[in-house]
Design a binder for this molecule. Structure first.
Ligand code: UD1
Length: 419
């Protein structure tokens, strides 16, 4: 297993390009299963989760061609299996995203039930309930979701809880259903909007993307398109926090500041300087120590749970005390114990982390537990005294494209140790 070794203490300085959003690319690749013509997807990040998705589609018999610009052309005309095996689903929960498209277009799907994961139980009951309401017959047996439907029919769905992939799964399924589907309490994340944009370009009729009510008029078929994935707002936020924590200057390019309002507001509260352009953001914290901030995670447009760990790391070296409440996932503070091993003063009370900032963390061998938790350990390593060894970085490779190269470009002392 690869590891990263980071020698802390360098104020980052430089510019980097932000990659396409993982959480949009994954559902969009799943959405290609709905089209009866090839779909090309561009700005796909080079990540382990993308490779897993390609493997998932490939083993179903779907044709995949990657061109020199790393666009992926997906051709479903050769599909012969409607199946997502445990070996792939266990490494990537987002595999559940093939359930809606397979069922809607081919009338059948067998998808392994995702297990628990480091950040909580993460059930998929809302995906299953929604599809059942649309007329699917679903049985969960031997660890698999077995789903059948002649043609799905439109339904009025009110989601008990805001779910991102749940909204995407049901929206994708509804595009080919007979009649109108209304999804209330839908997720409003920019990635959901990007999936809707792609589906509309394929011929779907969807209204309300970006609001909490989606209205989808089912159509007979969907065709080909070329879709360019939107930038990754979590990668953007992570590098901005890196700039802020290290007392450096970091400019992130090819991003979209409008998607990061809640995150930028927290950086402003942290009293670092921000310059914002149309498609770039610069954080300037030279000579500054950021102020600790209070945060409450919640579905978009509120503060994203996927940025919680990074701000916990920031608070651990900030001036003053900060309180972070995690309301989306039940067990998403696995990074706290590791940060404590680096000297951070953090008290956990249920789903609240109270941090008293200290001047300097100290290096320690630490273990990545999930994707965003691992990012926070890398950030901590950048400001710690000595060499921090981050183990199990396959979690990072699932969601951050070439993290060590990008950080190196900003001046960080970081090295991958293949293992
Ligand atoms: C997506 C993102 C992930 C992000 C999360 C929340 C992708 C591939 N992943 O994950 O990076 O952290 O949104 O912004 O886009 N829930 C249920 N029943 C369900 C579905 C969800 O109870 O059927 C609960 C979950 O346990 C959780 C909450 O709803 O407490 C939100 O989860 P959800 O939005 O579904 O997360 P994901 O879509 O898995």
């Amino acid at each position: 297993m690869d590891k990263l070794i980071i020698t802390g203490g360098v104020a980052l300085d430089g510019n980097i390009r932000i990659s396409g959003a993982k959480n949009a690319a994954l559902p969009i690749l799943a959405a290609t299963l709905l089209a009866d013509e090839p779909v090309t997807v561009g700005n796909i990040p080079h990540l382990h989760d993308i490779t897993t998705t390609m493997e998932l589609l490939g083993q179903m018999g779907v044709g995949l061609v990657v061109d020199e610009k790393l666009n992926i052309e997906v051709d479903t005309s050769t599909i012969e299996k409607f199946y997502a095996p445990y070996e792939l689903v266990k490494t990537m929960r987002a595999s559940i995203l093939v359930l809606g498209p397979l069922l809607a277009r081919f009338g059948r799907a067998e998808v392994s039930l995702p297990g628990g994961c480091a950040i909580g139980s993460r059930p998929v009951n809302l995906h299953i309930e929604g599809l059942t309401r649309m007329g699917a017959e679903i049985e969960v047996k031997n660890g698999f979701i077995h789903a059948r439907a002649k043609r799905l029919k439109g339904a009025h769905l009110v989601l008990d809880q805001v779910t991102v992939t749940g909204t995407e799964n049901l929206m994708m399924a509804a595009t080919l259903a007979k009649g109108t589907t209304i999804i209330e309490n839908a997720a409003r994340e920019p990635e959901v909007v990007d999936v809707a944009r792609c589906l509309i370009a394929m011929g779907a009729q969807i209204e309300g993307a970006g609001t909490d009510t989606l209205v989808i008029e089912g159509v007979q078929r969907l065709g080909g398109t070329h879709h360019y994935v939107l930038p990754d707002r979590i990668e953007t936020g992570t590098y901005l926090v890196a700039g802020a924590m290290t007392g450096g200057r970091v400019k992130v390019k090819d991003t979209n500041p409008a998607m990061l309002e809640s995150v930028l507001e927290k950086l402003e509260q942290a009293k670092v300087k921000l310059n914002v352009g149309d498609d770039w953001i610069e954080v300037d914290a030279r000579g500054l120590r950021p102020q600790a901030v209070d945060i409450r995670t919640a579905p978009y447009p509120a503060f994203p749970t996927d940025m919680q760990a990074q701000f916990t790391a920031l608070n651990s070296v900030a001036e003053g005390s900060g309180m972070i409440s995690e309301t989306v996932f039940e067990n998403r503070f696995m990074h706290v114990q590791e940060l404590q091993r680096m000297g951070a003063d953090i008290k956990l009370e249920g789903n609240i982390a109270i941090t008293k900032g200290i001047k300097r963390l100290t290096a320690a061998p630490v273990m990545a537990t999930d994707l965003r938790a691992s990012a926070s350990l890398v950030l901590a390593g950048l400001v710690a005294e000595g060499g921090t060894l981050v183990d199990r970085i396959y979690h990072i490779d699932r969601g951050y494209e070439r993290i060590e190269e990008k950080l190196e470009q900003l001046g960080a002392k970081i090295r991958r140790i293949p293992g």
